[in-house]
Design a protein around this ligand. Structure first.
Ligand SMILES: C[S@@+](CC[C@H](N)C(=O)[O-])C[C@H]1O[C@@H](n2cnc3c(N)ncnc32)[C@H](O)[C@@H]1O
Length: 518
């Protein structure tokens, strides 16, 4: 058994023992309902995957402002490696939980503090917050304490909040000060803030101060969790400047990874004065309405005919003195990518190491011999070794000129294996001028999406988010299965995958939706 598994066993026993020492009134006043480990794990796994996609290679600075015995920390540690974490802090007001947590996690990098999260001064900042904060209703907060909390929120965010707000609302508002730009915050909280009056300023915060990503509500009729969690929802947002093109995923039932119902809503359609739970109750059937081919031309990456010969690394090209202008930059195969978001340098070359290139020129053999003798002799050597015997190479008009492919901003892996029920295919956001070989499918935006991306490049990020969501939700039945669980997806098959998540990015969304209904 791994160390973290052993610690989790010990933690859950400790939790039961401490709960047994407390009466219900006391637990109610302190909001002490610990998260079942399976639920904490489901949430932590989901958010960590999302976070890693958006923040590749970024060390995690983890914060749990109401740690209890550490259900969320334990769940997070069962997914995150030691090396992924740069620092971690847990805060707990109750002495018995604080001591239990401090002793349990003493060999871990996490620092546990015995403080009130609404008062504590932290000297650190964090990029990942995951918690189940105390559900203390306003009538358990005395007037003096309420005035103090309201004053703090006013100073920090300029909001005049309602005295009816539950303690978890103050946790959300006040945590703003500890989050780094780009940080993700995940809250397991009651869903009532979506509809009641005091929730208006939580919704205003979610609309104006951060980029709201997900709201998932568990189905109360199919709840595998304790009573305290019956109306629970998971709220996930990123601390960065919101964009009016942002799209929020509302989901209901099942798990956050595989909900029963999903609806995508553009942030500018959400009004803090309205009830938001209609997004969860007005449950559209998961029927296919629009598909990939409505938004993208999908093409397979190039087949060079012989990657060993045609694909060279930048270092080899330089060492052999070959002319870089006769090459086109390539991305490494999917398994060689460190990140699914490919940044580029000032010349448009991808930020990948090593940097592969493919021979690709229209110059004739005579012109090459004249201008670039080193490349000419490399090609001659290939001929002597029989490169022209390959079907693809011998059928090309100019045998060293590749198929005509422009760089595509989005890519999908062509094949993969399902890992623990996950999607075998993944999407890549390619910001560079590199093209790809046939281990990928290339997605070229078309029609309205193409025009929108041209006029508002901020939308690329929303499109990529939508693609990642589609990958999680719509792919399970797509592609063809080969031996050993290997799956492949052809351009035509990808073209038929449902792409509703992309629909809500388009201004013509309402029109399209109405057309579908009537
Ligand atoms: C709903 S429980 C959740 C505990 C843990 N996050 C989990 O998921 O199991 C909330 C925890 O917050 C603690 N708490 C209550 N008020 C607090 C405050 N003002 N500052 C820090 N912790 C507090 C409670 O003692 C309790 O352990």
């Amino acid at each position: 058994m791994t160390k973290i598994k052993e610690l989790e066993e010990l933690r859950s026993k400790t939790q039961i023992a401490i709960d047994a020492q407390k009466n219900l009134v006391e637990r109610n006043q302190m909001g002490q309902y610990s998260t079942p480990f399976e639920l904490a794990k489901e949430v932590a796994e989901f958010v960590l995957n999302q976070w890693k996609t958006h923040n590749p290679n970024t060390p995690i600075r983890f914060l749990e402002p109401a740690i209890g015995t550490g259900a969320f920390y334990s769940a997070f540690r069962s997914q995150a490696l030691d090396n992924d974490i740069s620092n971690a802090t847990g805060i707990e007001l109750d002495k018995s939980f604080f001591e239990a947590s401090r002793d349990l996690w003493k060999d871990e990098r996490i620092k546990i503090i015995n403080e009130d999260s609404t008062k504590v001064q932290l000297n650190d900042f964090y990029n990942l917050l995951i918690t189940n904060p105390p559900y203390v209703r306003h009538h358990h907060i005395d007037k003096e304490e309420k005035d103090r909390l309201k004053k703090k929120v006013k100073e920090l965010l300029g909001y005049d909040v309602s005295g009816l707000s539950g303690l978890y609302c103050y946790f959300i508002w006040l945590s703003h000060q500890w989050l780094l730009e780009g940080a993700w915050a995940t809250w397991l909280i009651p869903s009532e803030y979506l509809d009641v009056n005091y929730g208006r300023l939580v919704k205003k915060y979610l609309k104006e101060k951060v980029r709201l990503k997900f709201i998932h509500k568990y189905d109360p009729n199919n709840c595998q969790f304790t009573d305290a969690l019956v109306s629970s929802c998971v709220l996930i947002y990123e601390k960065s400047v919101p964009d009016e093109s942002d799209v929020v995923r509302f989901s209901f039932g099942g798990s956050i990874e595989k909900p029963d119902f999903v609806k995508y809503v553009r942030i500018n359609e959400l009004n803090p004065d309205d009830k938001w739970s209609w997004n969860l109750m007005d449950r559209p059937e998961k029927t296919k309405t629009v598909q990939f081919s409505d938004f993208f031309d999908v093409k397979r990456g190039i087949a060079t005919g012989n990657n060993d010969f045609f694909v060279l690394e930048r270092k080899q090209i330089e060492e052999m003195g070959l002319p870089i202008q006769c090459f086109t930059p390539l991305l490494p195969p999917p398994r060689g990518l460190n990140s699914d978001v490919i940044e580029c340098d000032i010349d448009g070359f991808p930020d990948v190491c090593p940097q592969p290139f493919v021979i690709d020129t229209s110059l004739t053999e005579e012109e090459l011999a004249d201008k670039y003798p080193q490349l000419s002799s490399y090609l001659d050597k290939g001929k002597q070794e029989g490169i022209l015997e390959g079907y693809i190479v011998r059928n090309r008009k100019v045998w060293y000129k590749q198929e005509n492919r422009k760089p595509a901003p989005f890519l999908c892996t062509y094949m993969g294996r399902e890992s623990s029920g996950g999607n075998p295919f993944r999407f890549i956001w390619n910001k560079s001028n590199a093209i790809v070989t046939n281990g990928y499918l290339m997605l070229y935006p078309k029609g309205e999406l193409k025009a929108l991306l041209k006029s508002n490049p901020n939308l690329y990020s929303s499109v990529y988010d939508a693609l990642c969501l589609i990958a999680d939700e719509n792919f399970s039945d797509e592609g063809r299965e080969y031996g050993g669980g290997l799956k492949k997806i052809e351009p035509k098959e990808l073209g038929k995958v449902s792409a509703d998540a992309l629909l809500s990015i388009l201004p013509s969304y309402e029109v399209v939706e109405q057309q579908l209904i009537f």
